[in-house]
Design a protein around this ligand. Sequence first.
Ligand code: PRP
Ligand code: URA
Length: 207
Amino acid sequence: MKNLTVITHPIVQHNLTRLRDARTAPEDFRRLLSEAAALMLYEATRDLKVKRIPVTTPMARTHGTAIARKVALIPVLRAGLGMMDGMLRLLPAAHVGFIGLKRDEVTLEAKAYHYSLPSPIKDFEVLVVDPMLATGGSTVTALDLLLHHGARHLRVINLLAAPEGIAKVREHHPNIHIYTAAIDRRLNAKGYILPGLGDAGDRLFGT
Ligand code: PRP
Ligand code: URA
């Protein structure tokens, strides 16, 4: 599918299976998610724009490569926070913004309660980070907010995606690339991903 990459790296898949396991405790859940997130960032940034720059080694002058645009990681609160540690270990120079969203448990609509973004966001390569793409409401709301503030270079990283969520993001933002480790079967009546991993925020923070 256009603008959709499923990251099949064995370490990501190994971690994902342990994350799905209901017996995995929050301390292990945090570590596994963080490790998977780093590898997902690695895969999702393969085609980042680069520029050629001069570099002087102890021996001679030559040319090397630098990432052309600054990178902004935008975790969707709360659960996106669980992917930050690993990603920042891989890309310590990244800027970090936040979008706070909460799904209404009945309507399943995502409501924004907070945001803060690196400025000017138009100059950044922006990665929206959320472990779960369920109905797609949260990711679409986050993308709408970022576009409204001028973001131009956007991609999305979700550990798990439901077909319903992918379809919704496709409908609203067909040109934004989604990176995920798995496309699951479907949503249940309460908007949870099946088989999924449960409530990502609750499993991360032990609530
Ligand atoms: C969860 C998850 C996503 C959202 C996905 O967050 O972390 O942000 O649901 O669902 P959607 O695709 O149907 O919008 P939740 O609203 O439960 O908040 P939390 O992270 O604070 O627990
Ligand atoms: N949010 C979660 O944390 N899990 C789901 O399965 C769906 C939305």
